[in-house]
Design a protein around this ligand. Structure first.
Ligand code: GTP
Ligand code: MG
Length: 235
């Protein structure tokens, strides 16, 4: 019932939706095209420059007053930090400012950084996949959040740790999603279980059966984008 796509050639992981540089393949020798890593870090540098610039101007106020907290709140929420986490960070910064008189941009920045570390470090636990075989990870989330890209990265990570990986193309909502995952599979030399059409659950079911038969350690299942608050879609 299912189609198994064998990887064509091993290669380094790269963004499947990266633009194809047609010109460089036909034109006379030109400057080498930037690698995937260079393009990724270039994109991240732009984000960092924009966000960092805004943060810098907020910290430059030099004291934790209502205006600073308000600007910081807006920036955190618009950067998808989330309401609860933003409130935690603002409260922590306010309490620290009251106790320690934060009066320089550096002191405010370092207090915010520590509040972030307090918030995030309990979540930093190793992902132990040895307890189940296959260990199945279903990636769910909002459209465009980076699910399929993360699957590519995770596949590479698990393979580097000596695990056998299989991908399940459970985003059956649009054909391009399947092709995107297949490209990631090719880049990591990992098999991808797909179906021409149909039910995401059937694809994942097939993938798990295939994984059992082939002694696979980890199955990574892609899904179509959806809001986690849409309970019926999540179910
Ligand atoms: N800067 C940055 N971009 C990312 C990251 N992960 C993914 N992207 C980019 O975000 C876009 C969407 O990534 P996908 O992996 O296709 O997202 P998705 O959640 O699978 O999207 P849907 O399948 O449409 O719901 C692509 O252009 C990716 O290159 C990341 O960690 N950082
Ligand atoms: Mg996707």
């Amino acid at each position: 019932m299912f189609r198994l796509l064998k990887p064509k050639s091993p290669a380094v992981p790269a963004s499947p939706d990266a633009p194809v540089d047609v010109e460089s393949s036909v034109a006379a020798p030109a400057a080498p095209a930037p690698s995937w890593r260079e393009r990724l870090f270039g994109g991240l540098a732009r984000t960092r420059a924009q966000l960092g610039g805004k943060l810098k101007s907020i910290f430059a106020r030099g004291k934790v007053d209502d205006a600073l907290l308000e600007e910081l709140e807006t920036l955190l929420i618009t950067s998808d930090v989330g309401i609860e986490a933003t409130q935690f960070l603002l409260d922590a910064l306010k309490a620290r400012a009251k106790k320690e008189k934060l009066e320089t941009p550096e002191a405010i920045q370092s207090a915010l950084k520590e509040a972030f570390v307090t918030l995030l470090s309990p979540l930093e636990t190793p992902l132990a996949v040895a307890g189940h075989k296959p260990f199945v990870i279903m990636i769910a989330g909002v459209n465009g959040a980076g699910k399929t890209t993360s699957i590519g990265k995770l596949a590479h990570h698990f393979q580097a740790g000596g695990k056998r990986v299989l991908l399940a193309a459970g985003d059956t909502f649009r054909a391009a999603a399947r092709e995107q995952l297949v490209t990631w599979g090719e880049r990591n030399s990992v098999d991808v279980i797909t179906q021409e059409s149909g039910d995401p659950a059937a694809v994942v079911f097939d993938a798990i059966n295939a994984a059992r038969a082939r002694n696979i350690d980890v199955v990574l299942a892609d899904t179509a984008g959806r809001l986690p608050t849409q309970v019926h879609l999540m179910e």
